[in-house]
Design a protein around this ligand. Structure first.
Ligand code: ACO
Length: 467
């Protein structure tokens, strides 16, 4: 019995391109080669079901089989069919994507094919955002128009200020950001029209433009200072710094080295394919809700200490260690399972996170302006010892993006609570790019996993007096 699921033309084309030794007469998407059985069949997986003795041939494309192809594998007609069990999506591809490529073993990260190191060195955050969203680097005129469209949307409705005022004096800025970005859906009701590319584009401008404004207002609220309105004569990051730190001067003068460092940090954090918050964005967006509500959900996922909250935890950890000489004892505790070395390890990277390399270099430039962060010594010692330790080597635990980013953020003058907020601003671009890709993907539907039910079988309700 052979699987009935047909490969689409895209799959056949990919197979041909990946296996040129099999076929020299490459087909086209509409007219694939049919001369060789492997071109028609591509690779297959043969499964023998020992329960029934039946054999199944499932097509393999892009190194995957389709989970739904397993459904035909049944013991009898009443059987639901075989499923896969994959808690935490350890080995499940959710989508086909053309946005971000990661090779975790080699420590490679590329946006739309461009190595992250090149973008960090040569591009700007807004240019990289265009690249992520549109798939190509902009021409000069496209870039100018793009920057103008973002800059024109930096203001927020006055009522959002009132909403911000309602938060307690010590409210976490990430909680404020999540709530206020979600509230934007009540101001821009046209955002519900997610099937309209024009409407989606407008919400995209608004989101990229307003996230720094919301973030800065949340910060100003938490330190009890008056809100600073956007200054559209400044660059994206210089304007953000102005909204954060302007006092009575007429125009805020951002230090160019620090503004550039923030821009590079934004580039590094813009997208990271199917991470926890992006998965939340795709999952929530798959129900066709407006993008503000979906981004509030994605940002909530990012808030978690195992994801975007990790750099906050790194600083707490460095404070708890206190001094360089306490590092060996701390590492010993980690190895004994008494806690984790925050900022180390990654689900995908089993090598040095390429973003961490760029950030380490960036830290030197920032510290030249701001002076060294006193925790740097502890961090470097921790990194040195961990990278030489058998426990970390065996498990392929390397520093991730969060290990050094917190030190830079702190040197720039951000309180620890702002760290996940700083992550959310650039990641908004990645969330939108992935959301857009999902909505345009004809194979995507509302995300709805299955479960293995292990609870009670049917039983009758017992009145409370008889329990
Ligand atoms: N410190 C100590 N041990 C660790 C660490 C760590 N940071 N990370 C993983 N391990 C150990 C685990 O205890 C486990 O050991 P075992 O096999 O003896 O049980 C093994 O390494 C594998 O760990 P998992 O938890 O299975 O790895 P997973 O891929 O599920 O987790 C994660 C990845 C969540 C990032 C994890 O490494 C971690 O908690 N790191 C610290 C938090 C952190 O820095 N998060 C930021 C991630 S980057 C980002 O989101 C931007």
């Amino acid at each position: 019995m052979t699987s009935s699921s047909a490969q689409n033309n895209d799959d056949v084309l990919f197979f041909l391109a990946a296996n040129p030794y099999i076929c020299n007469s490459y087909g086209t998407a509409t007219n694939p080669c049919r001369s060789h059985w492997r071109c028609v069949m591509a690779d297959t997986l043969t499964i023998l079901d020992n329960r029934t003795g039946k054999k199944y041939d499932l097509p393999i494309t892009y190194g995957t089989i389709r989970a739904l192809d397993l459904r035909q594998i049944k013991v009898n007609d009443d059987d639901f069919g075989l499923m896969t069990y994959d808690p935490a999506f350890m080995n499940t591809a959710l989508c086909k994507s053309k946005i971000t490529f990661i090779d975790g073993d080699k420590g490679i990260l590329r946006y739309r094919g461009y190595p992250i190191e090149q973008l960090a060195e040569k591009s700007s955050f807004l240019e990289t955002s265009y690249l992520l969203l549109y798939g190509e680097l902009p021409t000069k005129s496209q870039h100018e128009e793009w920057v103008r469209n973002i800059t024109l949307h930096t203001m927020i409705h006055e009522n959002i200020k009132k909403l911000m005022d309602g938060f307690h004096y010590n409210a976490h800025p990430m909680g404020m950001l999540i709530s206020t970005v979600g509230s934007l859906s009540t101001f821009y009701t046209d955002a519900k029209d997610i099937q309209s590319p024009e409407s989606r584009m407008k919400q995209t401008y608004r989101l990229i433009a307003k996230m720094p404004t919301l973030a800065a207002f949340a910060y100003r609220h938490s330190v009890g200072r008056p809100y600073v309105y956007p200054d559209n004569n400044l660059s994206y990051t210089a304007n953000f710094m102005s909204m954060l730190w302007k006092m009575t001067e007429l125009q805020y003068q951002a230090n160019p080295v620090l503004a550039r460092a923030l821009d590079v940090l934004f580039i590094l954090h813009a997208d990271h394919e199917q991470n926890c918050s992006t998965n939340a964005m795709r999952g929530i967006g798959s129900a066709h809700v407006d993008p503000y509500s979906a981004i509030a959900g994605a940002a909530a996922a990012l808030y978690g200490p195992l994801h975007g909250g990790a750099n906050e935890e790194v600083l707490h950890m460095l404070d708890a260690i206190g001094a360089k000489e306490n590092v060996p004892a701390f590492v010993k505790d980690v190895k004994e399972g008494k806690g984790r070395l925050m900022g180390f390890g990654h689900r995908v990277y089993k090598n040095y996170d390429p973003r961490a390399r760029v950030i380490k270099r960036l830290a030197d430039e920032v510290f030249e302006v701001t002076g060294r962060n006193p925790r740097l010594e502890i961090a470097l010692e921790l990194e040195r010892i961990a990278l030489e330790d058998e426990y970390f080597i065996k498990r392929k635990l390397y520093p991730n993006v969060d290990f050094h980013s917190g030190l830079i953020y702190q040197a720039l003058g951000f309180p620890i609570e702002m760290f996940p907020v700083l992550f959310s601003i650039p990641r908004t671009v990645g969330w939108i790019a992935q959301w857009e890709e999902m909505l345009n993907d004809p194979e995507q539907k509302i995300a709805r996993p299955r479960q293995i039910y292990l609870g009670s079988d049917q039983r009758d309700y017992v009145p409370i007096s008889k329990r």
